[in-house]
Ligand binder design. Structure first.
Ligand code: SIN
Length: 359
């Protein structure tokens, strides 16, 4: 009798445990599958002490350690991590952009991946985000995230930024909006965001056009749509590319000469972005060098170092006559990215101008 009761008790316990396991499995199955691609930066950085917030070493902590540091993530997503590279972002090359973008496209084509988070140094984060915005071929969420304080700092911003980025990448509301940047509880569109302060945690801003949403309590709230074409709606296909055409930026200042432009052309630039003053003005000593470069076949894009506003076509220069392109509202560093991709398709300035008005 006693033996029979004990067997019954054990069977009931076993059944209960099976039910619990099934419940946990069902719960895990319901969570979105998010892949974290780690590339380095301050979010993976370490300092000598907890108060070291400058003079630390970027790109030292591996992806699994980043994930382990935020156990809360496993409650909101099934996360896997891959270390794509481990660098400070000022060193990211065209080849690394291509490698990263190809990996994103392969992963997003899989039905068991719902979204991607890319951890990245903040210095060129906006450039990587815009590159991906133009070449990712999926509507699934892609979120680029970094931090301003290293992982060892007091009030490090990396863990909360990473948690928010995973929540965003796993949320269907983030799909179809292009590549997003999630920093400091804010959501920015890749095309328009820029790093605006050298050291503060609120450095990512979309000054005049505005952020597109916020993350509150881990939940994204969107308030604006992105109107420029991106991801699945672009004409750029990097699947077979292993290099990009050389495009450089020449920075203007009062009474700037021709040295930069001439040197960059001599070094093999196929395209040049003039980071002009004001409305993309052409200083008198630079203008002949740009004209000569264009005559040699180099595509010239007039942009502005101001940071806000449209560079008006045929405004400060007769672009039709000079056969120049204007950058619209793109910053010089983002104009460089679009020009590199444009040159993989065409040398026609008319076509390239259309692309600058589209993306
Ligand atoms: C970097 O861009 O890799 C270093 C700086 C940072 O991540 O904030």
């Amino acid at each position: 009798m006693l033996f029979q009761k004990s067997v019954q008790l054990r069977a009931a316990l076993f059944g209960f445990l099976l039910l619990c396991a099934a419940a946990v499995q069902a719960q895990t199955a319901k969570l979105p599958n998010v892949t974290i691609l780690a590339t380095g930066g301050t979010i993976a950085g370490t300092g000598a002490t907890s108060t070291t917030t400058v003079g630390y070493t970027a790109a030292t902590v591996g992806v699994q350690a980043l994930i382990n540091a935020v156990p809360e993530i496993s409650k909101v997503a099934n996360v896997t991590g891959e270390q794509v590279f481990q660098i400070a972002s000022e060193n990211i090359s065209n080849e690394e952009w291509l490698k990263l973008a190809k990996r994103v496209n392969v992963l997003l084509a899989q039905s068991n991946v719902d979204g991607i988070v890319i951890t990245h140094g903040t210095d060129t984060l906006e450039e990587t985000a815009y590159f991906l915005n133009l070449v990712v071929k999926s509507k699934k969420p892609v979120v680029v995230v970094g931090s301003m304080r290293p992982s060892t700092a007091l009030s490090a911003d990396g863990p909360i930024n990473l948690y928010n980025a995973v929540r965003l990448a796993g949320d269907p509301a983030a799909a179809g909006r292009g590549v997003l940047v999630a920093m400091n509880d804010q959501i920015h569109a890749a095309r328009d965001v820029t790093k605006a302060n050298t050291t503060t945690a609120d450095t990512f801003r979309t000054a005049e056009l505005g952020m597109i949403g916020v993350i509150q309590g881990g939940k994204p709230f969107f308030y604006r749509d992105v109107t420029r074409k991106h991801t699945v709606d672009t004409e750029f296909d990097i699947a077979k590319l292993d290099a990009l055409p050389q495009v450089d930026v020449a920075y203007a200042y009062a009474n700037v000469g021709a040295v930069q432009v001439n040197a960059l052309v001599a070094a093999g630039a196929k395209g040049l972005v003039h980071a002009g003053v004001g409305n993309g003005s052409l200083p008198a000593k630079t203008k002949p060098a740009l004209i000569a470069a264009r005559e040699k076949g180099v595509v010239i894009v007039r942009s502005s170092r101001v940071g806000q506003g449209i560079v008006a076509r045929n405004g400060e220069a007769n672009d039709d006559q000079l056969d120049f392109v204007v950058a619209d509202t793109l910053s010089p560093q983002k104009a460089r990215i679009l020009l590199m991709l444009a040159l993989t398709k065409t040398n026609s300035t008319k076509e390239i101008q259309r692309m600058f008005s589209t993306y």
